[in-house]
Write a protein of this length. Structure first.
Length: 243
């Protein structure tokens, strides 16, 4: 056993949203631990709490009870300022909609928020070039969003999430707006990034087709998370080593 802490661990996490006079329990005693290089698929019906789980894991929402450990640090014990730093340095977030700024080039999308990390501008530009290369977009570094395809825009989004060299990658329905072929290449890219950078990745997905590309699948229902099971054999999918 390694003594390194899992980059992401949720311990007995409960989240209640205010709801009229009462509350709605979006997460109910959730436990989840993801180690570096592991990619977990998170599935479950709409409204079961998947996005809430990601928001809590991203430290965007504080849980009502329980612990959120990011790279060994309990985020629930931090103030807002320290939380923002932890998030910036350890967590990469990727949502369905890339949310790129229309007037900026691909490279500029990556650099624009990076000054908060205190990286000098020149180093930020070098890092952006490196990350665009990782996602296969080096030749498109100067293109603006409207000059890119939907899949390419999602790749920019992914590259941007990698700028801070995160330990944890949280991905919500990354392929919902893409066709089959582009969806598969995005999931394969996330798989490769998980392996190459040894990040702990949780990917919410509504279709189970790409689940076999991940290591394990965890199912949510009514805010409760069933223990993850191995994803291998959950479908008929070409081997990862295939070209
Ligand atoms: P999923 O991503 O699986 O569709 P969500 O995490 O979005 O599920 O939602 C889980 C539950 O929490 C649902 O009952 C939803 O209506 C409720 N919920 C989500 N966000 C909020 C919010 N900001 N305020 C109140 N209730 C919310
Ligand atoms: Mg959701």
């Amino acid at each position: 056993m390694s003594s390194t802490p899992a980059p992401l661990a949720l311990v007995n996490v409960t989240l209640e949203y205010p709801d009229g006079d009462g509350t709605v329990r979006a997460l109910d005693a959730v436990d989840l631990s993801v180690h570096g290089g592991q990619m977990v698929s998170l599935v479950g019906p709409s409204g079961s709490g998947k996005s809430s789980l990601l928001a809590v894991a991203a430290t965007l929402i504080r849980p009502t009870h329980g612990l959120v450990l990011i790279d060994g640090t309990d985020a629930t014990g931090l103030g807002d300022k320290d939380l923002a730093v932890l998030r910036r340095e350890k967590v990469g977030l990727i949502f369905q909609q890339p949310n790129l700024l229309a007037s900026l080039s691909a490279a500029e999308q990556l650099v624009i928020g990076d000054h908060l990390r205190g990286r000098p501008a020149k180093a930020a530009r070098a890092k952006a070039a490196e990350m665009l290369d990782v996602v296969g977009l080096a030749p498109s570094a100067d293109k603006r969003p409207h000059q890119l395809s939907g899949g390419q825009r999602q790749r920019v989004n992914i590259a941007r999430a990698l700028m801070g060299e995160p330990k944890v990658l949280l991905v919500d329905e990354p392929t919902a707006a893409l066709d089959h072929e582009r969806s598969e290449s995005i999931v394969r890219l996330l798989r490769r990034i998980t392996d190459e950078f040894r990040v702990a990745t949780v990917m919410v997905t509504h279709d189970t087709e790409f689940v076999p590309l991940t290591d394990s699948v965890a199912t949510m229902r009514d805010g409760r998370l069933a223990a993850p099971v191995p994803a291998a054999g959950t479908g008929d999918f070409p081997s990862l080593s295939a070209p």
